[in-house]
Design a protein around this ligand. Structure first.
Ligand SMILES: Cc1cc2nc3c(=O)[nH]c(=O)nc-3n(C[C@H](O)[C@H](O)[C@H](O)COP(=O)(O)OP(=O)(O)OC[C@H]3O[C@@H](n4cnc5c(N)ncnc54)[C@H](O)[C@@H]3O)c2cc1C
Length: 399
């Protein structure tokens, strides 16, 4: 891929909410900078951004000082403003986090403390007060977080693409990267087009480790895809708003929750089961190359050894609607198997280190003329605007 005129200054790989927010932030921070976004799908937000719970997280869960805590608290407020400004469906609903077992009470209390450290106002509730918010929910204690909301993230991504000032090319899968010292980067798409720029920003979500390796940088992690399956509640009147369990601190996932979306329907999920392909939205989608990648990574085996019991429970709840309903009934006893109508699943891009550590915080690494976003799990949709500015600053510094 020889030299020629540059197509842009900054080339973003991936048209999910993080890549598009980065493009938007580059254009705002440095007007006149030419930005090209390459997205392999025919439109934006076809993967994680368009297949999630649609929650604007308050920031209560995250370790004070982490990127997640910093960006979620700020990002939640900015997301509400962005949606209001562009007429995108959203609502600040508040949510309940409910303890149903005694051993969850210390963890619920720790969440109250953490929320306060992160500057989030929370209200502690007893069983009677829980029912004032949610008549069908049963619990020993709960906390109410007022700043949580819901948003149509697909619409946010579409709008970011429109107002980013970037040239967004769809159907453009990056399959080869050529980086030359002093000369910037040239990428080749599956269709054979060559696109040249001064710096590459890798926001490829489920494929970010592969794209990092295409540049020649060792990402030091691997994406292990975890599918999250959802059901639609046939009787949405059973819940008014958002109801969450107390999360298990061993996992970066929040547990099966009930979420009333912007369309008025109530989603139940997601669980967390190993996906057999990076874009494996059902058990029937198996991609041997992805599977070999997961199995060939030592971290996956460490993970399996540590968490096989939890994993087996999740697989059972995936295979059996009755088992899934039993888990939901802990929060809402009136739900039964017939209330759960299968809905579209999502797959999380979870970075796993060689030693089996599930990377908890956002992870962004740099190589020469490249910025790689290697872990952008929940709440990255909530936090997209400040994350985009953070990545944009690093990309502009690399120009
Ligand atoms: C089940 C589930 C529930 C979630 N719930 C929430 C929630 O309620 N609130 C919240 O804030 N967050 C939530 N999240 C997290 C949130 O969805 C993600 O953090 C966010 O969407 C990440 O955005 P992204 O742009 O990094 O990734 P993606 O949206 O996956 O975008 C990456 C893009 O890169 C493209 N791409 C990949 N490889 C290439 C290539 N070689 N060439 C060109 N393009 C490429 C892909 O097609 C894709 O469009 C959830 C995630 C999941 C999966």
């Amino acid at each position: 891929m020889g030299t020629a005129v540059l197509d842009g200054d900054v080339l973003v790989v991936g048209g999910g909410i993080v890549g598009l927010s980065t493009a938007y932030a580059v254009s705002r921070a440095a007007p006149g900078t030419r930005v090209v976004v390459l997205e392999k799908e025919p439109g934006p937000a076809r993967h994680q951004t368009g297949r999630n719970s649609g929650v604007i997280h308050s920031g209560i869960y995250y370790r004070p000082g982490s990127l997640k805590a910093r960006f979620a608290v700020r990002g939640a407020a900015e997301m509400v403003t962005f949606c209001a400004e562009y007429g995108i469906a959203h609502e600040v609903t508040g949510k309940l986090i409910v303890a149903t077992e005694r051993d969850e009470l210390p963890r619920l209390h720790a969440l109250v403390q953490r929320g306060r450290e992160n500057g989030i106002a929370v209200r502690e509730l007893g069983p009677v007060q829980i029912q004032e918010y949610e008549p069908q929910v049963r619990g020993l204690a709960a906390i109410h977080v007022g700043t949580t909301g819901i948003a149509d993230y697909r619409a946010v991504a579409e709008r970011l693409a429109e107002v980013s000032g970037a040239e967004v090319r769809y159907g453009a899968e990056v399959v080869q990267v050529d980086r030359r010292p002093g000369r910037g980067v040239a990428v080749r798409t599956r269709a054979g087009d060559v696109v040249r720029a001064r710096v590459l920003v890798n926001c490829a979500g489920l494929h970010c480790d592969e794209v990092a390796r295409l540049t020649g940088d060792d990402p030091g992690m691997r994406i292990v895809p975890f599918r999250g399956e959802y059901f639609e509640l046939a009787r949405p009147e059973l819940v008014r708003g958002l109801v969450y369990p107390v999360p298990d601190p061993a996992f970066p996932f929040l547990g099966v929750h009930l979420t009333r979306g912007v369309d008025g329907g109530v989603h139940v999920g997601p669980n967390a089961v190993p996906a057999l392909a990076r874009e494996g939205y059902g058990w029937g989608v198996v991609r041997p190359r992805d599977l070999a990648g997961t199995l060939g990574w030592p971290g996956s085996w460490h993970l399996a050894r540590q968490h096989w019991r939890y994993g087996a429970g999740e697989v059972l709840r995936s295979a059996s609607r009755g088992a899934f309903a039993r888990a939901v009934r802990r929060l809402v006893p009136a739900v039964d198997g017939a209330d759960l109508v299968p809905a579209e699943a999502g797959v999380r891009a979870q970075a796993v280190l060689r030693d089996g550590t599930l990377v908890d915080d956002f992870l962004i690494r740099e190589g020469p003329r490249a910025v790689h976003v290697l872990n952008a799990p929940s709440p990255a949709a909530t936090a997209a605007l400040p994350i985009g500015r953070h990545i944009a600053t690093r990309a502009l510094a690399a120009l």
